[in-house]
Design a protein around this ligand. Sequence first.
Ligand code: PLP
Length: 379
Amino acid sequence: MSQINQDSTEQTEKRVWAEIHYDNLERNVRMLEDLLPEGCSFMAVVKANAYGHGAVPVSSYLNKLGVHSFAVATLQEGIELRRHNIQGDILILGYTSPKKADLIHQYDLIQTAADCAHALALDQAALNPIKIHIKLDTGMHRLGERPEHIEELTKLFSCPNLQISGMFSHLCVADSSDPDDIRFTKLQISTFFETVKELQSRGYNPGKLHLQNSYGALNYTGLPLSYARFGIAMYGAFSQPEPVLSKKYTLFPVLSLHARIAQIKNLLPGENVSYGRNFEAKHPMCIAAVTIGYADGLPRNLSNQEVPVLIHGKKSHILGNICMDQILVDVTDIPEAQVGDVVTLIGQDGEEILWVEDMAEKAGTITNEILCRLNLRED
Ligand SMILES: *Cc1c(COP(=O)(O)O)cnc(C)c1O
């Protein structure tokens, strides 16, 4: 990871901020692209504000790198990208009300057909033809039409307002090494390709094909698909600290998270810290109030877990309960700490690195959730 840019005046005034290490984003994209077989393109999943990294700046940068396929979760996310001149295909992965079909057309977006009924409703409601990718349910039982409904699927190809430009499905245990999960994933893959073959044999062209998310693409390589949909791996993180991978991959973290010291004070032995008085000083201490809280996306259940932070390249940790807008950290062994100093919660300071994977584990979740819930109130 690159160093914190300490001398940008804009940054020095921010209360809490994420630095986006675009050099690392490029390294991840190139490494992941190299894994893909001939004819398979990189689709960047930039839903949820690009997992907290900033959908517009990240997508603009990806355009410059030559990435021209994007996935978002919602219509609004797609419109935001178009309003900021993002070029290429933008696929909405989630459900959109047929009442909004014309916005899909107006902003040149591609809508996922959640099932045949959704596709037919879109066809009915649309005033102009819209592009769709048909979603198949190969076993996750979230969105998707059941593959056995092949007759209904073929009917979609004659809908006047539907331009079917792709078909896809989603793997739900591609990150597992459990033999039953591996068997299940292979079954999902074969179900997908058999459905494609069946449609083709009846003379229908399902268009672009895609199936894998990050773990799907890392663990099940070489599939003859048009896209792999990369989210978390593109951002340089695995979902968990010890990812189950068929092969070792090195990713470079794209986001680092920083806040500032707002106040420093001494504590006497026996005094407590924060709501709930859950931490008690056993000896004279020095503590700092820091400008980040659970309203900024730092999970409150990281309270009282000695979650590490970095100040002046030294490791310290959070004390007591996390508040809505602030945390308290131990600076007893960092006498040089001053009001205004940078506190790093994810990323590098000096020799030390704090990994989002470790934070996610302590919070009992995956990195995807930690990152996409960041909601930094910078000023
Ligand atoms: C979010 C999402 C992805 C990206 O998943 P990662 O595990 O972050 O790579 C891919 N496909 C679909 C359908 C998704 O909803």
